[in-house]
Design a protein around this ligand. Structure first.
Ligand SMILES: Cc1cc2nc3c(=O)[nH]c(=O)nc-3n(C[C@H](O)[C@H](O)[C@H](O)COP(=O)(O)OP(=O)(O)OC[C@H]3O[C@@H](n4cnc5c(N)ncnc54)[C@H](O)[C@@H]3O)c2cc1C
Length: 348
C-alpha cells in the first residue's frame, strides 16, 4: 500500500485515465464535502470550479481543526493536486449568495460576491457544501464581555494566524490565563487542546451531561483530563461575571441528571478570565428559504432528496445538509452527492 503525504481528494482515479466529458460543475464550499466531490467529479472527467469565501480551500479542516489533528501540508497538498493535476479551478475570497445576505464567521476575507442564480446559468450543475459557519449563543448575562469567544472564533483565529492570514497578536492570548470552556462536543475538545498547547494556566470544561454521554466521546475527554484539564460534568452556566468590561469569572449551577434543569441553590462561582462557548455551530446555507425553490429547514439545513437534489440543477451535501457532523461524514456525503451529479450529467 502506498502512503500519501497529502489528502487524496481524487482517490477514485489516476489522472492519466481521465477523459473530458465537456460538462462543467460549480461547487460552493471547499471543505471536505466540496473537495471530495471535486475530486470525484474531476476523476469522472467533468470540469470543476470551486468557490469559497476564505483565502484558501480546505474549510474547517484547514482553518479550524487544530494542526496536530489534520496537518496543514496534508490539506494544502491535496488541494494543490486537485488544481495542478486535475485542473480544478479555485475562486477564493468569493462568497456566493442567493436572496438575502447573511453575516458569518470568515466573511472578513471576502472580496467578491457571486449570485447563485448566475452559477446555475453558467454551469451544468451546482453543488452547495457551505458547512456550519455561525455559532449559537449561551444566552446568559455577560456574554458580551471582553474575553468571551466562541470555539469557532478562537480556533479560526489561531489557525488563520498559523496560515499567515492574520498577525499572531489578533489571536486570543491564553498563555497563563484561566479558561472556562462550555460544551461537550468535539469543538470543546479542540478548544481545550488548543488552549493547553497555547500554555493556558487552568482549563475547565463544563458540560451539562455526564462523561458517559458526552458527544465527543469519553476517550476524548480522558485525553484532556490526562493533560490536567478539569472536566466538570452536570453543570450549566448561569452568568459570566465581569470587572471593568472583562471576564472575571463564570457562575454555574449544578443540573439535575434526569431533566438537565439547573438545581435551585446549587450555584457556584469559578475564577476564570476567558470563556469559550463551544456549545453549538449552525448550518450556513448561502440562500434564504425558498430561493429558486431551495428549501431551508427551521434549523438552517438545506433540504435534499435521496439523490442530494435541492432544486433543478442544484445539489447540496456535507454539514449544510446534515447539521454539524465530522470530517468523515461530510466527505462521504460529498462523494454521494458527486455520484448523483455525475449520473444527472450523463443520464439527466
Ligand atoms: C470548532 C470545530 C471543531 C471541529 N473539530 C473536528 C475534529 O476534530 N474532527 C472532525 O472529524 N470534525 C471536526 N469538526 C467537524 C468538521 O470540521 C465538519 O464536520 C466538516 O468540516 C464539515 O465539512 P463541510 O465540507 O460540510 O463544511 P466546511 O468544512 O465547513 O466547509 C465549508 C466551506 O464553505 C465555505 N463557505 C461557507 N459559506 C460560503 C458561501 N456563502 N460562499 C462561498 N463559500 C462559503 C467555507 O468558507 C468553507 O470553506 C469540527 C467542527 C468545528 C466547528
Amino acid at each position: 500500500m502506498r502512503i500519501y503525504d497529502h489528502l487524496r481528494f481524487s482517490f477514485m482515479c489516476s489522472p492519466q485515465r481521465v477523459r473530458g466529458t465537456g460538462h462543467r460543475v460549480a461547487i460552493v464550499g471547499a471543505g471536505p464535502a466540496g473537495l471530495f466531490a471535486a475530486g470525484y467529479l474531476a476523476c469522472m472527467g467533468h470540469e470543476v470550479h470551486v468557490y469559497d469565501k476564505l483565502p484558501e480551500p480546505g474549510g474547517l479542516m484547514l482553518f479550524v481543526i487544530p494542526e496536530f489533528k489534520v496537518s496543514i501540508p496534508r490539506v494544502k497538498g491535496g488541494t494543490s493536486e486537485l488544481a495542478d493535476v486535475f485542473n480544478v479551478k479555485f475562486y477564493t475570497r468569493t462568497k456566493v449568495f442567493g436572496g438575502a445576505r447573511s453575516k458569518e464567521e470568515g466573511d472578513a476575507y471576502v472580496t467578491k460576491e457571486v449570485e447563485l442564480k448566475d452559477l446555475i446559468k453558467d454551469y451544468d450543475a451546482v453543488l452547495i457544501a457551505t458547512g456550519t459557519w455561525s455559532v449559537g449563543k449561551l444566552n446568559v448575562p455577560g456574554e458580551d464581555l471582553r474575553g468571551v469567544y466562541s470555539a469557532l472564533e478562537y480556533l479560526f483565529r489561531a489557525k488563520a494566524a498559523r496560515l499567515g492570514h492574520i498577525p499572531r497578536d489578533e489571536v486570543p492570548q491564553l498563555r497563563g490565563r484561566r479558561v472556562a470552556i462550555v460544551g461537550g462536543d468535539i469543538m470543546a475538545v479542540d478548544a481545550a487542546l488548543e488552549a493547553f498547547y497555547d500554555g493556558a494556566g487552568t482549563i475547565y470544561v463544563f458540560y451539562e451531561g455526564t462523561i458517559k454521554d458526552v458527544p465527543a466521546g469519553e476517550y476524548c475527554i480522558r485525553s484532556l483530563t490526562d493533560r490536567g484539564v478539569k472536566f466538570v460534568e452536570l453543570t450549566k452556566p448561569k452568568s459570566i461575571v465581569g470587572d471593568r468590561g472583562e471576564v472575571a469569572g463564570i457562575e454555574l449551577a449544578k443540573v439535575d441528571p434526569r431533566t438537565r434543569e439547573p438545581i435551585p441553590g446549587s450555584e457556584f462561582l469559578v475564577d476564570v478570565n476567558i470563556v469559550i462557548n463551544a456549545t453549538e455551530v449552525k448550518p450556513t446555507p448561502p440562500v434564504a428559504n425558498g430561493y429558486l425553490g431551495i428549501k431551508v429547514s427551521g434549523d438552517g439545513r438545506i433540504v435534499v432528496n435521496e439523490r442530494h437534489v435541492a432544486a433543478e440543477k442544484v445539489f447540496a451535501a456535507g454539514d449544510v445538509v446534515l447539521g454539524p457532523t465530522r470530517v468523515g461524514d461530510a466527505a462521504l456525503d460529498g462523494l454521494y452527492a458527486a455520484e448523483s451529479i455525475h449520473e444527472y450529467l450523463l443520464y439527466g
